[in-house]
Write a protein that binds this ligand. Structure first.
Ligand code: SF4
Length: 465
């Protein structure tokens, strides 16, 4: 069990500047850069059938790629369209994929987790969402008990109080609202206008509908932001008291994301302002009672994420963090990623390829990776750091039938300079991330990544801060 002191985070500007580089967010290990077309749909099928031996519960991720309009900062896989014919064709193929995938998994395996992401899942109207949930429920066995975790990403501009209640009726019990920033100038500059009053009304509707957890996404580093403008946003956010907050760093990569060319680089905050905004955000959320979970995520002390962190049942996954025990994850929809047994598999990343494969009756798997024994150990070490800020040698050895200090002797050496800088401490018990190391978790985790040292990091990863 972790004490409250272990939840503390300390902003050390000097260290952050020195370690300011690019690195993976480790929502998976190996990261998606290691996925390869040599991993085929046949490999996926074999892994899926073999996974039934484990009897693990299932988690479903459903990708809805459509959006009504373009937010200029966006780096997601999305399609901005109003063309319902296109949407209907995608949904037909998604339903067909659900049938194909469900045939691979034993019926008694319960779906304990479900996440709708995008794009904008609430782009779909109530009838389309209802049909999709019916399809999923008929294809898989859903855990309808109180412990299931069914979440959906909500664009506040696409829902009403009534549609929030409808989402609850469909079985969703967690939602995350894309807020980003309440400042009008910032909203205009990124083409995403939504008032605080609208969001407040949806929060109230979500509470009335019995949603267990409400999460907000915020972004710092957007055009026109300053410490004082973001402070106003934080005041509004804190007054609404979301259970969870994710505060992401905007990465301006206009060569890679066309929409970002609509943002005038001259309007972006200077690097020092960005650091000041982050520092202020951490202090302010701490003072407001939020606990820093890790990697941009905060939660109220009575939220399940904090409880899971203290009870060592937290999981790092593609949605950030989750409280659920290990599941096999099935990705459904274009570009979705599944994690079955010791494999990761990603579907085709364009709707054209995705639909062509399904219309030929084939699983839409385009690439993936099968983990070897070394990957599994490194993934476990990185998961420990990302979720609990420490690796306890004796626990690791027991769990993985290995000698951590022998197996990772070279990595422990490579951690020495980070220890000298105060990011970690290393003793006979384990590796412990310090309060100031918590903001540089990915730099620490990168020491255990065997793929990273040989590669230039370029723009393939976002910046640590
Ligand atoms: S931020 Fe969300 S709503 Fe905006 S374009 Fe990206 S996926 Fe669509």
């Amino acid at each position: 069990m972790k004490g409250q002191n272990a939840d503390k985070v300390c902003f050390d500007e000097d260290l952050i500047r020195r370690y300011d580089g690019r690195g993976p967010r480790y929502t998976s290990y190996p990261t998606a850069l290691q996925f390869d077309a040599a991993f085929t749909a046949d490999d996926y099928r074999e892994a899926a059938l073999a996974s039934n031996e484990s009897g693990l519960p299932l988690s479903l991720y459903v990708h809805v790629p459509f959006c009504h309009s373009l937010c200029y900062y966006c780096g997601c896989n999305k399609i901005v369209t109003r063309n319902q014919t296109r949407v209907n064709r995608y949904l037909d193929n998604l339903h067909a994929e659900i049938d194909m995938q469900a045939q691979l998994f034993a019926n008694e395996r319960m779906v304990e987790q479900l996440h709708f992401g995008g794009g904008t899942p609430t782009y779909l109207n109530e009838l389309q969402l209802d049909a999709l949930m019916k399809k999923l429920r008929s294809a898989f066995s859903f855990d309808e008990s109180d412990t299931h975790e069914f979440s959906i990403e909500v664009d506040p501009r696409t829902v009403s109080r009534r549609s929030i209640a409808a989402l609850s009726d469909l079985g969703f019990n967690r939602l995350s609202l894309g807020v980003q920033d309440f400042d009008e100038d910032v909203q205009k500059a990124v083409n995403r206008i939504q008032t605080a009053a609208e969001v407040q009304s949806l929060v109230a509707a979500s509470r009335d509908a019995g949603f267990k957890s409400i999460s907000f996404d915020l972004i710092y580093g957007l055009p026109h932001q300053s410490v004082s403008s973001f402070d106003n946003t934080l005041n509004t956010v804190i007054a609404m008291r979301p259970d969870r907050l994710a505060v992401y760093n905007y990465a301006h990569l206009p060569e890679r994301f066309k929409g970002q060319r609509m943002i005038d680089a001259a309007d972006l905050p200077l690097p020092q302002t960005k650091l000041d905004v982050l520092h202020h955000t951490i202090d302010k959320l701490d003072a407001a009672g939020y606990v820093y979970i890790g990697m941009d995520h905060f939660a109220l002390p009575d939220d399940d994420l904090v409880k899971a962190r203290h009870a060592h049942t937290l999981q790092r996954n593609f949605q950030g963090y989750s409280t659920h025990r290990a599941c096999d994850l099935i990705g459904l929809g274009v570009s979705s990623i599944g994690n079955i047994g010791r494999t990761y598999a990603q579907s085709a990343v364009t709707t054209m390829e995705y639909e062509a494969l399904i219309e030929k009756g084939r699983l839409p798997i385009a690439r993936g990776v099968a983990l070897d024994d070394d990957d599994v150990l490194r993934a476990a070490a990185i998961q420990q750091l990302m979720c609990y800020d420490e690796i306890i040698f004796v626990d690791f050895d027991k769990c993985h039938a290995t000698e951590f200090t022998d197996y990772f002797a070279a990595e422990l050496d490579r951690l020495s300079p980070l220890a000298a800088d105060g990011l970690v401490t290393i003793d006979d018990v384990g590796v412990h991330v310090t309060a100031k190391g918590r903001l540089l978790l990915r730099n620490i985790a990168m020491v255990f990544d065997r793929y990273i040292s040989s590669e230039p990091h370029g723009e393939r990863y976002s910046k640590a801060i």
